[in-house]
Design a protein around this ligand. Structure first.
Ligand code: ZN
Length: 263
């Protein structure tokens, strides 16, 4: 940390000299929070923290930490587990999804006539298009806890075995240990309340339908689209809707129906 201090001080000084306010938000891969005392990042950027800067843990890194308890990422239940983690954290803006599907349907009325919106979305809309036209929101620490805990409990049992009876997790104790350690970050992987995570860069037109083109300030851009890629790896994906959010709840449902899905 001592070696990083001149860099942090220099950065804050440059902001100050340029008359720029402290950033509102900083994403980190470690040092996000601590039960007692300041973290190394908070100490490094103390002036910005004092000015109100919020520090958040990058969600991709949070999910990656669970790999320590996974036997191998080539296990057939690995993608399902990662999907559950992602689906436990993020949901899609329903209005954005509906507008995007509408734009896809506008390309060919005949082609999509027999298809549900979910099917159009899953099979005909690429992750890069989705990324630019659909906003995601975090679901809240409680909901994230509930879904992740449910997934882990089920995958610790027969649902977590491959065809040879090999478990996804190294052991129940291993995943319990990782999960216990990661629960303290449930708050700091959520979007900060009241902070807009998206800006409209421009308006674009897709098959005659006007769509906002969004840019996301969230730190986990590497994650953008990651969980969209996963559904294509998993047969039997289901998508459900809530009143205001379009949730990729397939991971939750898959876990409930796992024995059906994996035949
Ligand atoms: Zn944290």
């Amino acid at each position: 940390m001592e070696k990083l201090s001149p860099m942090a001080q220099g950065l804050m000084n440059r902001y100050q000299r340029a008359g720029e306010p402290a950033p509102d938000l900083m994403y980190v891969d470690r040092g996000c929070c601590r039960q007692h005392g300041a973290t190394s990042v908070q100490i490094l950027f103390n002036r910005w923290v004092d000015a109100g800067m919020v520090i958040r843990l990058d969600a991709w890194h949070w999910m990656h930490r669970f790999d320590a308890a996974v036997r191998t990422d080539s296990h057939p239940k690995y993608a399902l587990f990662k999907s559950a983690l992602s689906g436990a954290l993020f949901a899609y803006n329903r209005a954005d999804i509906e507008l995007l599907v509408k734009s896809e349907r506008a390309a060919s009325l005949n082609k999509y006539r027999e298809l549900q919106d979910d099917e159009v979305l899953r099979h005909y809309i690429s992750k890069s298009i989705l990324k630019h036209h659909v906003r995601r929101v975090t679901l809240g620490a409680q909901e994230t806890f509930r879904v992740v805990d449910n997934a882990i409990q089920q995958l610790k049992g027969p649902d977590g075995l491959d065809d040879n009876g090999i478990s996804l997790f190294k052991s129940a104790e291993a995943i319990d240990e990782v999960w216990a350690a990661q629960q303290k970050h449930l708050e700091c992987i959520q979007d900060p309340p009241g902070m807009p995570m998206y800006t409209v860069v421009r308006q674009s037109t897709r098959n005659g339908i006007h769509l906002p083109f969004y840019s996301c300030i969230r730190g986990n851009n590497s994650l953008e689209g990651f969980h969209l890629h996963l559904p294509r790896m998993i047969p039997g994906m289901l998508i459900s809707r809530t009143n205001d959010l379009y949730c990729f709840e397939w991971c939750r449902k898959l876990i409930n129906r796992m024995t059906i899905v994996y035949i």
